[in-house]
Design a protein around this ligand. Sequence first.
Ligand SMILES: *Cc1c(COP(=O)(O)O)cnc(C)c1O
Length: 443
Amino acid sequence: MANSDLLQRSLAAVWHPCTQMKQHAAASEALPLIPIARGKGVWLYDFDGRRYLDGISSWWVNLFGHGHPRINAALREQLDELEHVILAGFTHRPVVELSERLAGLTGGALGHCFYASDGASATEIALKMSFHSWHNRGRRGKDTFLCLAGSYHGETVGALAVTDVPLFKDAYAPLIRPAQTVPTPDARLAMDGEAPVDVARRAAAALASHLEAHHERIAALIVEPLIQCASGMAMYDPEYLRLARELCDHYEVHLICDEIAVGCGRTGTFFAHEQAGIRPDFLCLSKGISGGYLPLSIVMTTDAVYDCFYDDSTSRGFLHSHSYTGNALACRAALATLDIFADDQVLVANRVLAEHLATCLSPLAGHPRVRHLRQRGMIAAFDVHTDDPQFSQRFYRQALAHEVLLRPIGNTVYFMPPYVIDNEECTFLATRAMAALDAALPT
Ligand SMILES: *Cc1c(COP(=O)(O)O)cnc(C)c1O
C-alpha cells in the first residue's frame, strides 16, 4: 500500500477532527494528510518509509509512546478474559483495581471513581455531579459555574460553556449557557518586576471578589491545574491553586481540577494539583491514563459528594451513563500504564529527562523571534513573535519535513513528548524544531 491511496480514500470518507477539510484538498497542498502504517516508541512510520518523531504524544495521550510491549501484553491477556461488560449491575476486576489504585494515589481523598470514555464527558460529569449534589443538599440556587479566561475543558455543548476559546465556541454561542469567567493566573501577564507568584496572587484576588459577589449562584470553579494547555500552554504558579482552594472552601464552591492533559506525571508530580498541596472536590482524568491505547475518562470525587447522592430515592442518585462506561480493556490499559509508573519509577526518571529537554531547548532563549520559553515537567513551550497568520501551518509543515510531529497552537510551539524519549531523540526533536522554526519564518 502507498500513502497516496489511503490519503485519497481518507479525504473522501473520513471527516477529520479540528480541521477545515478544504485545507487538505490535494490541489492546495497547504496541509498534508499523512497515512500512518505503524508506530514504535516515539516514532510513527508512513507507508512510503518516512518517519516522524511524535513530539506531542499524539494529542497528549501516548504517555509511553507507541506499541509499548507491557501495555500490549496486558491487553492481549485481558482480551482472553473479558473485553467488556455492562457496568450497571455488574463489575469486573480491572475497573475495581483501577478505582482502588487511583484512590490510593490521592491518599484516599477521592475515593469514588465514575467512568466515561472521553475528556469532554468527564467535564460534563463533574459539572452535573457538582450541580446535582448541591441540589440534593437543598442548595437550588447554585446553578452556574466559574472558569478561567483561556480555559479549555472540551467541546461538547456543556463543556463548551466552561471553555474560553472563541474559535471553538463562537459558532455555537446560541446553544451555550455561558459560565462566568475570572482572570487567568498566566505567568506571561507579569508586569514589570512581578514574579509568577505575584500574577497568581493578583488573579486570586480577582477570584475572591468575584466569589464574594456571586458565590450563592456558583456550584463549582473548574481549572486546569498549573498549565492551561489547549489555549496555548499558559503556565502559572501553584500558589493560585492553593488560594483558589481556600476561597472555594470559604464560599462553599466546589473545586474541579481538570487534569485530563496535565495529570499522569506531565507536570512532574503524578497529579498536577499535588504541587499546591491541595485536593480538589472533583478530579477529571483522561488522555494519558490509558497510555493512549483506548478511550477512557474518569471523574474522581470525595465521600462528601458521594454521600449527597446516597439515598432511598432513585432520582437523588447520579443516573448518568455511557455505553462503554468502565470498559474492561481500557481499564486494563490504564492499569498497565500505572504499573509502568511504579516499576520504572517514571516520575524520578522524568526529572532527569525534563532537565535534558530544557538543555536541548535552551538555545531558543536567544532566538530573536522567541518569547516566553517555558517548561514544567514534560511540557515545554515558547511563543513566536510574528504577525504571519499562517505561521502555525507553516511551522507544522516544516516540522514534518524535518521528521518531527509538532502542532503549534496559534503562535505557541510546544513539546509534549512521550516519556520513553531518550536523550538522543530529545536532541533530535529540539534541533529539528529549531530548523523548522527558521524555515517557517520569513527571512
Ligand atoms: C483534551 C482536553 C479535554 C477534552 O478531552 P477530549 O477527550 O478531547 O474530549 C478536556 N480538558 C482538557 C484540559 C483537555 O486538555
